[in-house]
Design a binder for this molecule. Structure first.
Ligand code: NAD
Length: 340
């Protein structure tokens, strides 16, 4: 199937392009390079052995998207393109609502015009806030979002659900990611945040490489075994594979108007200190870190129950925390080599 991958040169999108190609599909990337760069395309070529079709386009440009759909006959769309910096979204909410909501609305509209009926959306466990019971299942009630970014995920899920229920001949899945980390084992692609990383693992690897000040662990007085937050860290390659399963399930689905949501996590929660210790052991690297106050907006603990994805999508996370942190470090070292 020819599949439009919006945001396909970004962190999760690029890994998904690799897995789509490996599964015999034809990924086509649209990205405006707001948070990625063309070097990703070279990395993809080294892994895949051929160029991936790439369009430098903005998903909020309706006429450009229409021209694209005229040119390429897509069987489905996986929509990653979004802004994702939680802190920035608090400072500049309109920027986030405009990009993340407009891109969705325009895609759905253009897909309808061109009769493209399979849609996978990047949602997030952020829609659960701090849940009352753990692990979270897809039936765990969503909570009011704590940031405009989080709210765009809640709103986009609702838009997709309401739209599918209006019977436009659209089959859609929202995948609620837990905490994606790691990199492709080849170290050809990985996470490359612009500026100071706000996510733990890219900050940690940059600090270990001497590019950042020492790592500060936000909060050590949470109600968890060692006082630090608990997250469900999932290897990005495992997460990428869930998208292949999702788009294939949609394609086989006979109900022309189908919508569902799936948690995509490992089912295990690890504290931040456990992650740091695992990183040090896996890579034989000593980290310089300290603990500081809690960061506003962080939930105390969350991890997934992914039985639904296991049973319905036929997907299961296969890689360990050690695998993720080895690959993340290998990627950081590869970046250093490239810049020398
Ligand atoms: P990323 O920033 O690496 O990738 C997103 C890509 O989309 C970037 O390459 C960016 O240039 C592009 N983009 C943004 N707006 C665009 C537009 N209007 N038109 C074209 N391209 C545009 O982010 P990621 O970590 O790969 O995340 C992908 C998706 O997954 C996002 O929707 C994000 O909100 C969601 N998500 C990410 C995480 C995470 O921790 N990384 C967790 C949950 C959900």
């Amino acid at each position: 199937m020819k599949i439009l991958v919006t945001g396909g040169s970004g962190f999760i999108g690029s890994h998904t392009v690799v897995e789509l190609q490996a599964a015999g599909h034809q990924p086509v990337i649209v990205d405006n390079l707001y948070n990625s760069n063309r070097e990703v395309l070279a990395g993809l070529k080294n892994i895949i052995g051929q160029d991936v079709l790439f369009y430098d386009l903005d998903c909020t440009d309706e006429s450009a998207m229409r021209e694209l759909f005229k040119k390429e006959k897509f069987g489905g769309v996986i929509h990653f393109a979004a802004y994702k910096a939680v802190g920035e979204s608090v400072e500049q909410p309109l920027k986030y609502y405009q990009n993340n909501i407009d891109s969705l609305l325009i895609l759905l509209k253009v897909m309808r015009e061109f009769g493209v009926g399979n849609f996978v959306f990047s949602s997030s466990c952020t829609v659960y806030g701090q849940p009352d019971t753990l692990p979270v299942t897809e039936d765990t009630p969503r909570q009011p979002a704590t940031s405009p970014y989080g709210n765009t995920k809640v709103m986009c899920e609702d838009v997709i659900r309401d739209y599918v229920y209006s019977k436009p001949n659209l089959k859609a899945i929202s995948l609620r990611y837990f905490n994606p980390i790691g990199a492709h084992p080849s170290a050809e692609i990985g996470e490359l945040p612009s500026g100071v990383p706000s996510n733990l693992v890219p900050y940690l690897t940059q600090a270990a490489a001497g590019l950042r000040d020492k790592l500060v662990v936000f909060g050590d007085d949470y109600d968890t075994p060692d006082g630090t937050c608990i997250r469900d860290f999932i290897h990005v390659v495992d997460l990428a594979k869930a998208h292949v399963k999702a788009i294939e399930l949609l394609d086989m689905q006979t109900d022309a108007n189908y919508y569902d949501v799936f948690n995509v996590g490992t089912g295990n929660g690890n504290t931040v200190l456990e992650l740091i210790n695992t990183f040090e052991e896996a890579n034989d690297v000593k980290l310089n870190y300290t603990t500081g106050p809690r960061r506003p907006g962080d939930v105390e603990k969350i991890w997934a129950q992914s039985d639904k994805a296991n049973n319905v999508l036929g997907w299961k996370a296969e890689k360990s925390l050690t695998d993720s942190l080895r690959d993340a470090w290998r990627w950081q070292l590869a970046l250093r080599q490239r810049s020398e």
